[in-house]
Write a protein that binds this ligand. Structure first.
Ligand code: GRG
Length: 293
């Protein structure tokens, strides 16, 4: 299967599983369920689920066993986007090419929608089948730590507190590690755990996820400057407009491109212990750099 077909197929598998996991749109109270589905099925790339499934495959696991964590990480990701778009946070009107959740359903409902998606992520991760090395508690803890105040939420805190300040590259790396790389890393780790991955393989994927996550955010920062709102599906030039510290703002566009290439190479090196079985993950990393994703 070529990469394009693989990505489309896996995204469809994930969408079908998410559809089965989520409450139906008409289930009462219907507004919250409609809002959850509006946000989840808005056309995201499904990068985190794809990484989860590809990591399971790279470690010799079964795709079906990795589906619950693949859906759980997407639910957590979608919650973070819904909350990030709120007026009290990034205050955005457009996400995944559509009006943001609070624009359609109102602020109160969008807050509850994010809360419900986050809670649903834990219902879903709880359905992951244990292996010899990893039990249900391990999966839940992995996801909870990433969603908590040391990672995702901590990254958002650092981001909020950094507004209007001139951050250093080191500050920026810290924010990106927590806000972006952590969930990518956990997506890979959870997939590998469903395949009963050895500690060495888990470590290799952790290092891969760290470097790939940082590369992904640098590329995202570059695209914010170079692409249109239509292409991005979210408001382009937003970072510059609010004078946010980003890679292009701190080190310039060309140096940012070089940094994305360097980080992708670091990610590739990290996969060496996995040999040929990690070919799909290498393809995904290469394509992220090109952003044909
Ligand atoms: C807890 C409110 C709260 C936030 C946590 C993760 C996060 C912090 C906020 C999300 C917003 C954001 C800009 C995160 C950076 C990572 C990033 C570039 C997300 C976009 O991911 P894509 O491109 O999105 O994979 P799609 O729509 O394709 O899923």
């Amino acid at each position: 299967m070529n990469l394009k077909t693989y990505l489309t197929t896996r995204a469809k598998d994930v969408d079908a599983a998410l559809d089965a996991f989520l409450p139906k749109a008409k289930e009462r109270p219907a507004t919250i369920h409609a809002a959850m589905r509006y946000s989840v099925f808005a056309g995201g790339k499904r990068l985190r689920p794809v990484l989860c499934l590809a990591a399971a495959e790279a470690c010799g696991g079964e795709f079906s066993r990795a589906l619950p964590p693949a859906c759980a990480v997407e639910l957590m990701h979608t919650y973070s986007l819904v909350h990030d778009d709120l007026p009290a946070m990034d205050d955005d009107d457009l996400r995944r090419g559509r009006p943001t959740c609070h624009k359609v359903y109102g602020e109160g409902m969008a807050i509850l929608c994010g809360d419900a998606l986050l809670t649903e992520a834990f219902i879903v991760i709880g359905q992951t089948v244990a292996t010899k090395r990893y039990n249900t508690r391990d999966y839940i803890t992995e996801l909870a730590v990433t969603g908590g105040s040391r990672k995702l939420i901590g990254g958002q805190v650092m981001d909020l507190e950094g507004e209007g300040k001139k951050l250093t590259k080191r500050d920026l790396v810290r924010i990106h590690e927590a806000k972006t790389a952590a969930l990518l890393m956990t997506s890979l780790r959870l997939g590998a755990m469903t395949a009963n991955a050895s500690p060495a393989k888990l470590e290799a994927l952790t290092l891969f996820g760290h470097a790939l996550g940082l590369a992904f955010q640098v590329i995202d920062d570059i695209l914010d400057v170079t692409q249109s709102t239509e292409v991005l599906g979210k408001t382009a030039g937003k970072d510059q407009a609010v004078e946010k510290s980003t890679y292009p703002a701190i080190i310039g566009l060309e140096a940012s491109r070089k940094e994305a290439v360097r980080l992708t190479a670091v990610a590739m090196d990290a996969l060496n212990p996995l040999g040929k079985s990690a070919e799909r993950l290498r393809e995904v990393a290469t394509n992220l750099l090109k952003r044909e994703f």
